[in-house]
Design a protein around this ligand. Structure first.
Ligand code: NDP
Length: 341
């Protein structure tokens, strides 16, 4: 079983948009030095540029003797297509897009294989049997080692597991859902049957170690950065995600619309830290540590636009043991009015 680090590094919005190759390399090296072995991207991120940058960074690290390909777990995702996604056969989870799209991603990454290929969303236009067969074939060709889902309804995952078992094809082994102090239900309720430990022991060949059906690699642990409390002033600081043109609608919702409560919640959590015995750590670190305190979470994918941000975020690891059951209960109580879907 491939092992992923508790924190991983993602590339959405950042790499190819806010982050150039020099900064990307510095971020990846900082992460790797702190124990991160898992890097996440997707065909759609920056229209394919994020994959190109990740490939360049991996190659530089190999050339500089920082890491080898064997040390890294690399994932990408298919569904939304790349820059040409307006063409109907360059998106979705058909056999054609899984085959052609994965080859295109590997070319941008400059890699022979990715460790994990994710179905970035469910595709209800394509028969599930075709999707399962196509991912399984990609694994048989050696272009990916595992496949996973992202934001699939639990029933669709169950159907994929059943289809794979019935046909002897590779099953999905990991899901990539949103999970943060505001968005909890899918991980804690809907996916609970997949993340419960099950005893696989008993047979001569069976391992006696308990295992989960699916690992979870969770995204937006800071809810787009809101849980840093950086938006407490009621406006987006220059250079922040909410100040980007692409985030205009999200900024409008956050400062004047339905998401206004998130700014208040981050401020309330920050104000409560001294009472929780956490006066010496940032609300950012508490929010990140909270995600990985869940036994269901295999890896929390971090996003960062500077080395300083990433260092602060990686420091959350030291905060995890301080989130005792009593502290977690207090955090739950405090956040209860703010939890959404
Ligand atoms: P977060 O919610 O943690 O947001 C990260 C952003 O918050 C950073 O880019 C930065 O933005 C800000 N930030 C982070 N740390 C700090 C800090 N210490 N101080 C101040 N600001 C900070 O995660 P993302 O939304 O970026 O998601 C992480 C990864 O998950 C993505 O890169 C991607 O790989 C994956 N993902 C997967 C999805 C899926 O559908 N499967 C969907 C979304 C993401 P800024 O400086 O610009 O304000």
């Amino acid at each position: 079983m491939t092992q992923v680090s508790v924190f991983s590094l993602g590339t959405w919005v950042t790499w190819g948009d806010q982050v150039d190759e020099e900064l990307a390399y510095a971020l990846a090296r900082t992460a790797y030095a702190a124990g991160v072995n898992f890097f996440d991207t997707a065909e759609i991120y920056a229209g394919g540029v994020a994959e190109t940058l990740l490939g360049a960074v991996i190659a530089r690290g190999i050339a500089d003797g920082v890491w080898t390909r064997a040390d890294l777990v690399v994932s990408t995702k298919l569904f939304f297509g790349d820059k040409s996604s307006d063409r109907p056969n360059r998106r979705g989870l058909s056999r054609k897009h899984i085959t052609q799209g994965l080859s295109a991603s590997l070319a941008r990454l400059g890699l022979d294989y990715v460790d994990i290929i994710y179905a970035h969303r469910a595709d209800f236009q394509t028969p599930l049997s075709e999707t399962v067969a196509a991912f399984s074939a990609a694994i048989d060709r050696g272009q990916a080692l595992y496949w996973g889902t992202s934001m699939w309804p639990a029933a669709r995952i169950t159907a994929a597991l059943d289809e794979a078992a019935a046909t002897g094809r590779a099953p999905p082994v990991v899901e990539q859902p949103e999970y943060n102090l505001f968005t909890r239900k899918r991980v804690e309720v809907e996916y609970a049957p997949f993340t419960a430990l099950r005893d696989t022991g008993g047979g001569v060949e069976a391992t006696t170690a308990p295992r989960r059906t699916l690992g979870l690699t969770i995204w937006s642990p800071l809810a787009d950065g809101v849980l840093t409390n950086k938006y407490a002033g009621g406006a987006a600081p220059a250079g922040s995600r909410m100040a980007l043109g692409r985030s205009a609608a999200a900024g409008e919702r956050l400062f004047r619309g339905a998401d206004r409560y998130k700014v208040d919640a981050a401020a309330a959590l920050a104000a409560a830290l001294p009472r929780l015995g956490l006066a010496d750590v940032s609300v950012t670190q508490v929010a990140l540590a909270w995600t990985v305190a869940s036994p269901a979470v295999s890896s929390c994918i971090l996003g960062a636009t500077s080395v300083a941000q990433l260092e602060e975020n990686l420091g959350a690891m030291a905060v995890v043991p301080r989130l005792t059951p009593a502290v977690l209960t207090e955090v739950d109580k405090l956040m209860e009015p703010f939890v959404g879907g």
